[in-house]
Design a protein around this ligand. Structure first.
Ligand code: ZN
Ligand code: ZN
Length: 405
């Protein structure tokens, strides 16, 4: 049976950059492999959600995998917790969390607590606390990051953030976002937990040591992005495809895990510009012997865009190009696209469509010879939405069911 490799370069699409002779970073990049695939494939443009919608990475990935976010998106927090390796139960409320440094007036000095090398001691000190019949789990992430999970009866994700997203302010009191009892109950327990964890973290010897060394203490937890965990239909059941995920960022691993994909760890894969790109694509190639669908996520294209670093983005695309060449004779369908456009000029996600290409067996090649926003606009795939992608791929595999007789 045919196999699929789906490569999502985060924030791949962009706008023309003056300093690149009005080319986008993708247009300006030297990319013989990507151009080879485009030349031997079919191309088009894709809005992962819809025209006029600038998607987040969570909703756009759900759509690309064929899960309508209107129906299956329950907030960012659960994906972060799953991506960090935590086993969520139906009804758990999860948040993205940060260890931060606050002063004696409860003002935030550093939202990232000086980016500690690891946060296990801090996590351990506050993990498992029980307040008002709610158990709080803290799941360590990279550096200052952690996910916070609330487990108990009748909890709600309709609560606000404690993270003010700025330094110099105090952590916000979490508020219920509707009048339901469960939202009030959830915010009350969460506020108590956040206060108690500040007390515990403040007296931790490790923090006294950090202050002594002139480092910001990790004496506060900030939470945001509440979401409720609900089980959703498995990818394997939906498409009858055994699937695996190669990604660095916890969000992407979390989305994949929520769909039941196998998470494959590769040495040196970090979700940053220094990630082991060669290892990622080599692993993807090897995984094709065991899996039908391999999802590869590359994060740094988006990070460069948020920093406005168009040259960095262009050079990183060139690195992707060189690493992806190992897939040239894989025999699988190769899809390359992004989850949304991120403009280096605006430094944020935009609603601009993304270039997409599919090459491999059964693909009706078009006349497009390069992989870029402009070139793919005249591709034979035309314009698709994120939710169209999986049906297109299932068709290419020859597995589409007959409609009618
Ligand atoms: Zn993204
Ligand atoms: Zn982004």
């Amino acid at each position: 049976m045919g196999k699929i490799v789906l490569v999502v370069c985060d924030g791949l699409g962009d706008r023309p950059v003056k300093a690149l002779n009005n080319k986008t970073p993708l247009e300006a990049a030297r990319k013989p492999s990507l151009d080879y695939f485009a030349k031997n494939g079919i191309t088009g443009l894709m809005h992962t959600i819809n025209r006029g919608v600038a998607p987040g990475s969570d909703t756009s990935h759900l759509a690309i995998f064929g899960y309508d976010p209107e129906k299956y998106y329950f907030g960012r927090g659960p994906f972060e917790a799953l991506g960090a390796g935590f086993e969520l139960k139906e009804g758990d409320i999860a948040f993205r969390g940060n260890f931060a440094a606050i002063d004696s007036h409860k003002q935030i000095l550093d939202r990232r607590a000086g980016r500690p090398e690891n946060n296990e001691t801090f996590v351990k000190a506050i993990n498992g606390l029980k307040i008002n019949n709610v158990t709080f789990f803290v799941v360590p992430g990279v550096s200052h990051r952690a996910a916070v999970v609330m487990r108990g009866k009748n909890l709600s994700s309709e609560v606000s953030d404690s993270d003010p997203h700025r330094e110099g302010l105090s952590p916000l009191t979490v508020k219920p976002l509707n009048k339901n009892k469960s939202a009030t109950l959830t915010s009350n327990a969460l506020n108590k937990f956040l206060e108690k964890s500040r007390d515990i973290l403040t007296t931790l010897p490790e923090n006294a040591q950090r202050i002594k060394e002139g480092k910001p203490p990790a004496n506060c937890v900030l939470v945001r992005g509440a979401g409720i965990f609900k089980k959703i239909p498995l990818f394997s059941e939906r498409y009858n495809l055994k699937s695996a995920c190669v990604a660095g960022g916890s969000l992407y691993k979390g989305v994949a895990r929520s769909l039941g994909m196998e998470i494959i760890d590769v040495v040196g894969v970090t979700g940053t510009a220094e990630t082991n790109l060669a290892g990622k694509f080599k692993t993807a190639l090897q995984l094709l012997s065991t899996y039908d669908f391999v999802f590869v996520h590359v994060k740094a294209t988006d990070v460069f865009s948020h920093d406005g670093d168009y040259l960095g983005k262009m050079k990183f695309i060139e690195k992707i190009d060189s690493a992806i060449s190992v897939l040239k004779n894989s025999g699988a369908l190769l899809v390359v696209t992004g989850d949304h456009s991120t403009s280096c000029e605006l430094k944020e996600h935009t609603a601009d469509p993304l270039p997409i290409m599919i090459s491999g067996p059964g693909v009706r090649m078009d006349d497009v010879k390069t992989f870029s926003e402009r070139a793919c606009a005249s591709g034979a795939m035309g314009h698709i939405k994120g939710l169209d992608l999986m049906p297109e791929l299932i068709n290419l595999l020859g597995k589409t069911e007959l409609y009618g007789e």
